[in-house]
Design a protein around this ligand. Sequence first.
Ligand code: 13P
Length: 252
Amino acid sequence: MIIANWKMNGSRRSVATWIEVVSNNVNIKKINPCIFCPPTCYLEYARRLIDENSSSIEIGSQIVNHSFQDESLTGGISSKMLKDLGIKFVLVGHSEQRNFLKESKNVITKKIEEALDDELSVIYCIGEDIDTKNKNETHLFLSEQLDVLGQLQSTHKDKLRSITVAYEPIWAIGSGLNAEKVYIEETHQFIKKYINDHLGWSHLRIYPAVIYGGSVNLDNCEEIISSTDVDGLLIGGASLNSETFYKIYNLS
Ligand code: 13P
């Protein structure tokens, strides 16, 4: 799974050019989905262009809201609306949303549950800050973030295959400092083992996919994707350039 996360970037024009260039040059394999997450306001436009190009690019949403019982939410976007648009994937728990939008674990849990209820695949983002890394507390920090998935093996047992974990160390996002291969491998192994051993997925024989994000570019993508237990890439800045993105996909 290779994902382009455009964050708050782009225009109608750049969305159209990107879809055209990537569609014409990418060699999409079914087992490795190629996912485009434009800003929400361009989702429907992107859907239309991808359909017109008969492209196999999938679309993901950067946001989803959960419903508030008996309350309304101005500006909200529900998983039902995303499904209605033909969106298959949604990012939940991105560190920028945790930090700037103050998303709590409770909110993240509800978003994941509703998205799964509406048949969306969830890319659940986790990752430690630099202080946590320097204090050697990464595993403890990540395990607390992973505990959000704890309930799901009883409430959404049949939907666990629709969850992918994206490991994005906060200090590596947009900094040009991608994590070293050994560190990525060790952390991905920890995440998979924690989900299997502590969250009770192992007896269900469901092995979670874990993808990496944080300053991935054309120069480092091959090394990162060749790492043990790295099942894909979540790319921010480098995905804005259509040529860079399709080359990364084709190398992965
Ligand atoms: P960069 O690739 O720009 O570091 O962003 C990573 C990211 O946050 C993707 O979700």
